[in-house]
Write a protein that binds this ligand. Structure first.
Ligand SMILES: NC(=O)C1=CN([C@@H]2O[C@H](COP(=O)(O)OP(=O)(O)OC[C@H]3O[C@@H](n4cnc5c(N)ncnc54)[C@H](O)[C@@H]3O)[C@@H](O)[C@H]2O)[C@@H](O)CC1
Ligand SMILES: [K+]
Length: 479
């Protein structure tokens, strides 16, 4: 089962893997033609009623595969207003080939002439709101015919995610949908065929540019709407928390705070003016600080990064344990803090970011190649009850039910600090996204930033990644 948004992401990932959307449209159209052949004998009269989006494009392709039928293609709207190049190219191909194509400028001009089959290709997953003209009138005509109505992807006017039907939505006799079942179609009392359109499994397994689009939302305009990240780190180390906090800003967080022992305050505060540093007494984190840290994080709805540079002092690990026991927000747990997670009872939403060594220490599989052990990582995540982002040459991300692999990155990323940037990016994304999505997209963005700096294969610094993060996250060059 796949939602419309996820389907669009997978489609984009397929394109990045070299299977273009036009190829997928060709397969979809072929599948629609097969459904028409199932519904009526050769020679039957077929009316294709097409909208201006890719749903219509699928049906233009189908027309090419229905040579043995008496096909008429009705386009709702002017050809110049077809919304995508691939749909327009397929329309043009029909016109060039002298097919019976009709441009419906006004819904009153649509005449179906008593067809045996209607192909409903007006609206697919691109619908917003209730049916507008000319689609509304066209849907009425389609519903009045005695023809067998074959819907492309989803009956026009029906929401593929929920099954909610707009007033006057097409009542289909059968539906041909693509790649995977859609939750909304299950709600209908209509037979559904799921057609394999040749999307490689890799487009679902590997995190790709399509996943990044999920994050590419309308960002909030007000300070705070894109999240505050609160890094609890530092003590024996100062660079790690600073790197996480800066990466969070570069990945879209509005504000980034670091809570650290006052012994290292001056060092941390001197790295950059972009960070807000809040010192607490002492030279390492202890249980004395926990109540105030939980208060700060919860009162501002912060996403916490717990771990970078904290060290492994007994008191520190005890403080981490107490923090997680009382904190009920969202947190990325990294580095030294990870060892505490398996034994803690917490209401927080966690993304744990172990490297393969830390994964083994937590009780997960002890392996070099994470990618060859995705099943074990998945069951580990299920037992843990938190999202696991296991970092390696290829990263493995699992919420215990779904598991993905991220292949982005360059050999230069073995340099220290790239895990700290990853934790910060994950936190920034976690502010606005579901935990699993954030954990999938963050390593893609971190790795993509390194790829954008490809000239620095040798001598890449984690701090170099900071500059490239916005482009990696929002840039157009996502091939
Ligand atoms: N994304 C994918 O993975 C694939 C998509 N394919 C096809 O592409 C379709 C989605 O294509 P699009 O995103 O172009 O969207 P659609 O073709 O569903 O519709 C977009 C068009 O409808 C108009 N529109 C939107 N809401 C309307 C309303 N309420 N009343 C009247 N007109 C309205 C828009 O202005 C736009 O012109 C899928 O349903 C499927 O048929 C297939 O080609 C295979 C792969
Ligand atoms: K449709």
């Amino acid at each position: 089962m796949i939602t419309a948004e996820r389907m669009a992401a997978v489609d984009r990932n397929a394109a990045a893997l070299g299977v273009s959307q036009k190829q997928l449209m060709e397969s979809s159209g072929n599948a629609v033609a097969a459904a028409v052949r199932d519904a009526a004998d050769a020679g039957s009269r077929v009316a294709i009623v097409a909208g201006r989006g890719n749903n219509g494009g699928d049906a233009f392709v189908a027309a090419r595969f229905l040579k043995d039928y008496d096909v008429t293609v009705h386009l709702l709207g002017r050809p110049e207003t077809i919304t995508t190049d691939i749909a327009r190219e397929n329309w043009d191909a029909l016109v060039e080939a002298d097919c019976d194509t009709r441009v419906v400028r006004d819904s009153r001009d649509l005449e179906l002439d008593d067809p045996d089959v209607v192909v409903d290709a007006m609206l697919g997953t691109g619908i917003t709101g209730s049916l507008r003209e000319p689609e509304a009138s066209a849907a009425r005509l389609v519903n009045e015919t005695n023809a067998t109505v074959v819907a492309v992807d989803v009956p026009s006017g029906v929401d593929a995610n929920t099954g909610d039907a707009a007033d006057g939505a097409v009542e289909a006799d059968r539906v041909v949908t693509f790649h995977d079942a859609k939750p909304g179609l299950e709600e209908l009392d209509t037979p559904v065929t799921v057609a394999d359109i040749g999307i490689p499994e890799a487009a679902e397994l590997f995190v790709g540019p399509g996943d990044r689009r999920i994050v590419d939302r309308a960002r909030g305009a007000h300070k705070g709407e894109n999240g505050r990240v609160f890094v609890i780190g530092g003590g024996p180390y100062t660079g790690a928390p600073a790197m996480s906090a800066q990466a969070a800003l570069r990945a879209g967080a509005d504000l980034s705070f670091v809570a650290c022992p006052d012994r290292i305050f001056d060092v941390l505060a001197s790295y950059t003016e972009d960070l807000i540093v809040q010192p607490y007494d002492g030279d390492h984190l202890t249980p004395d600080q926990v109540d105030e840290l939980v208060d700060t994080a919860e009162s501002h709805d912060d996403v916490v990064v717990l771990g970078p540079g904290l060290g492994t002092h007994d008191e520190t690990l005890e403080a981490v344990e107490q923090f997680l026991s009382s904190f009920a927000g969202k947190a990325v747990v990294d580095a030294d803090a990870l060892s505490v997670v398996p034994d803690v009872d917490t209401d927080a939403t966690l993304v744990c970011t172990p490297n393969s060594h830390e994964l083994a220490e937590m009780g997960g599989p002890d392996v070099d190649s994470l990618r060859e052990h995705t099943d074990e990582i998945e069951s580990f995540a299920a037992d843990l009850g938190h999202v696991v982002l296991a970092k390696g040459k290829d990263d493995v991300i699992s919420d215990g039910e779904t598991t993905r692999v991220c292949r982005a990155g360059t050999p230069g990323m073995t340099v220290g600090g790239t895990g700290d940037t990853l934790a910060g990016i994950t936190a920034a994304l976690l502010a606005t996204q579901d935990a699993f999505d954030a954990a999938c997209v963050a390593p893609f963005v971190n790795g993509r930033a390194a790829e954008l700096l490809d000239d620095r294969h040798n001598g890449l610094l984690a701090s170099d990644l900071l500059d490239a993060l916005p482009r990696a996250l929002w840039g157009d060059d996502d091939e």
